[in-house]
Design a protein around this ligand. Structure first.
Ligand code: AMP
Length: 207
């Protein structure tokens, strides 16, 4: 199964994708996480990613697609993947269709996490992450005592505003692309407890 997690920054795509990984035994492919890893390694490529990420701008399609194509060739992604934070532009969605087609696959569904705009900023500015990439929220899902957490460099109010604007301009049209192409789109209410949201997604996927 190939599934696209869709929604604005802070909608819970990564958190819910991680939960689906366990249930469906397919990997989570998060372009943002891959770029953060590359940045951490101190490579030139990582520094190029950072020049866009730190401002809340999109990394150019060509660079993103190289990353995804390489990742899709790895063994664990042979049976499908959960795409998180990708595709973020219509050209990325078109390219994903072509790559999956060459592998005899297609996007089987798009899970849209619907969260009101006024909740987004609070969610993102309260977001914290531990060394393993596990995400928490200072109020809604605090880290257990003793777990050291940090804040993502791009989770400040200024950058969040840019990321949200970029989402509306560049990423929202991707949903129209999928609807037009006849891909199944599951609209999921993205508010409430994490377990409730996971349950809604699982129910929708079971159809
Ligand atoms: P995320 O972890 O999905 O919130 O992504 C963090 C940042 O990484 C974004 O604000 C972009 O700068 C960059 N990024 C992640 N995924 C993509 C993508 N598919 N296309 C372009 N830029 C991306």
């Amino acid at each position: 199964m190939d599934l696209v997690m869709f929604g604005p920054p802070g909608a819970g795509k990564g958190t819910q994708a991680r939960r689906l990984v366990e249930a469906h035994k397919i990997p989570q492919l998060s372009t943002g996480a891959m770029m953060r890893e590359e940045r951490k390694s101190g490579s030139d490529l990582g520094a190029r990613f950072d020049s866009y990420m730190s401002e809340g701008k999109l990394v150019p399609d060509k660079m993103v697609l190289e990353l995804i194509e390489k990742r899709l060739r790895q063994d664990d992604a042979k049976g499908g993947a959960i795409f998180d934070g990708f595709p973020r532009t219509v050209p990325q969605a078109e390219a994903l269709d072509i790559v999956l087609k060459s592998l005899g696959r297609k996007v089987d569904g798009v899970v849209v996490l619907d969260v009101p705009e006024n909740e987004i900023v609070e969610r993102i500015t309260g977001r914290r992450v531990d060394a393993a990439g596990q995400e928490y929220h200072v109020r809604y899902n605090p880290p257990p005592p003793g777990v050291e957490v940090t804040q993502r460099a791009d989770d400040n109010e200024e950058t969040v505003k840019t990321r949200f604007r970029v989402y509306q301009e560049k990423t929202e049209p991707v949903l129209e692309y999928y609807k037009k192409s006849g891909t199944i789109v599951h609209l999921i209410e993205g508010t409430g407890s994490l377990d409730d949201i996971t349950q809604r997604i699982q129910d929708a996927l079971r159809g």
